[in-house]
Write a protein that binds this ligand. Sequence first.
Ligand code: HEC
Length: 318
Amino acid sequence: MKNRSNWWIRVPVIFFIIFGLMEYFVDSGDQPAVIKYPITQFFLVLVLLLLIAIELILSAIENVMFQTLSKEAQNRYLAKKEEKWEWKWAKETYKKLLGSKPMEAESEIVLDHNYDGIRELDNKLPPWWVYMFYASIVFGIVYLLRFHVFNGNNQHVEYEQEVALALKEIEEYKKTAKDLVDENTVELLTDASDLSAGEKTFQSNCVACHMADGGGGIGPNLTDQYWILGGGIKNVFHTISEGGRDGKGMIAWKQTLKPAEIAQVASYVLKTINGSTPANPKPAEGDLWVDPNAEKTETETSEQPQEVVTDSVTVVMN
Ligand code: HEC
């Protein structure tokens, strides 16, 4: 009985170990398991009651056993129980690691010089220090071989690798989280699966006003290059998501459609409907849309040859 700690330490410690194990093993996502699955609260209460019951039973047994002992044995038992519980093993290891001679044995290691009564002990190096020294030698050899002989990865290479990995993970995440798109990040989708999903959305939500072939009815013609609210994927996404001008009849579809679906139907409108020839086209409304990005590449390419020309002229003149 002597090495047993107090019940008021034992019960909470065991309780929290079980609590921790439960949280570790029960997969409950972001929330702690106790909150996500209320049944676990019941389980924990049960565990606590059980622990208390075990404590009660143990102390009852101890009591009964105690009563059966002879007077002398009872005294011995009490004396044992009084003994303080000690970290014997830890204390001994600590002493060994310190490696110092006890005061009584100092005469064995005293050196035979004596300066005005000041003498010197020939202490051995303390084992804890020596072991650490050996360990650092081993570490040093491994380090030297790994990084200077076999050219292991240094921090820079490791950093680059981790960044590359993280970028890949972001890409993966974006693929599974298509709903992250908004009008600023949306790109024209070209995958057949996205376009056919967009077509489905279009057929079930948009044909009433834009016609199945996009020729236009209540809503404007989507097949021509004229746009009231701006062409290009970002503007079209914005129009579908936020709706048209007040009172025109084009509602904000972000209430009903997810961002990914809006991106799909916008891509469908631009890739498949736009540029096709509808049966009954509505006259064009709005302005002719010129893609600002396409414009930019045009001016860039038109600038470059000019420079080349001046260059060649100067070359010729020289
Ligand atoms: C109730 C009728 C109606 C429905 C349904 C409707 N629209 Fe519209 N749509 C309109 C009207 C009207 C306009 C013109 C808005 C304006 O002038 O501001 C418009 C404008 C647009 C524009 C912009 C055209 C331009 O010239 O700028 C796009 C793109 C568009 N709709 C796509 C869709 C898509 C995709 C759906 C289905 C998810 C849809 N619309 C459903 C009536 C509708």
